[in-house]
Design a protein around this ligand. Sequence first.
Ligand code: AQP
Length: 333
Amino acid sequence: MKARVLSGMQPTGNLHIGNYLGALKTWAKIQYDYESIFCIVDLHAITVQQDPARLRAKIEEIAAIYLAAGIDPKHSAIMVQSAVPAHAELAWMLTCVTPMGWLSRMTQFKAKSAAQETIGDGLFQYPVLMAADILLYQAAIVPVGEDQAQHLELTRDIAQRFNSMFGDTFVMPATELPAIGARVMGLDDPLTKMSKSSSGAGHAVALLDPPERIRKTIMRATTDSNPSVSFEGMGPGVENLLNIYQAFSGCSDGEIRTAFEGLRYGDLKKRVADMVISHLEPFQKRYREITAKPGYVAGVLREGAERVAPIANSTVELVKRKMGLYSADSRKA
Ligand code: AQP
């Protein structure tokens, strides 16, 4: 039996090239080496306030983006987290074995809660729900961007704690980060991570942005006070642009150095914009074809949830038995 891979994205905004280079591109590449499950994690999205109509629309949009990026629904299950209630059930059981001190160290909680007027308890519990998503399917590999690495470490800690309290139950999941593109920075501020929920016009290149907009965003990217690229010392904005180019092109470090050393920033940006547009144009064409088929995406999501629910339910039953809860076995006895 193949090992399982699982990952997901929140339907909190427009997916951007950071989400693609950090995670989605790896998913498409490795999916056939594993039994693959890719979620749209809507229960995570509601840890901060969402507009219900927009959230609903974003769920199918993101599923269509997965498909356009090459996730093959005949091989990989694509599903919505809230369509499989076992995610929330297991999250509660794991919440009860997770020390609060572990959660209060999470850097994403600190960053996200600082931007909220009222901090919901769900935002604090977010990493436990993420642990449940992964452990529910006994996933061996979780391909994510660097910002999620700390949550993955916590998932392993929770799994280990549960295993030592109740006996071997969970597979220990490994984090898979891409070599290049694990942390794409904001184009307006290269010291902050590119993020879907940042609203600035020059911040991100969204995967569905039209080519003129992509070019405009990249041409306005923050660089530094030098006129041209120098590998002897460069600011984070220039480094970010070179990383984006390298992640899309697959060029080696040596090829990047030869191609860009001494190039003026205006020309660097033009080449980055050309590279990004040349990758996103065929992707966007596939997206339009997928969304033109009425009911297709909804069908993929329905089928994905049906496929994974038995795996999820059997883990919940196992955990209930281990914890002494009233499981299907107890009801039969
Ligand atoms: N800037 C990034 N560079 C590389 N990878 C990234 N990821 C996110 N931002 C970058 C990876 O994309 C996947 C999906 O992320 P998510 O939906 O769980 O949300 P997030 O990690 O909190 O990312 P965002 O885009 O910043 O969303 P919001 O603004 O809603 O919080 C993950 O694998 C993530 O590592």
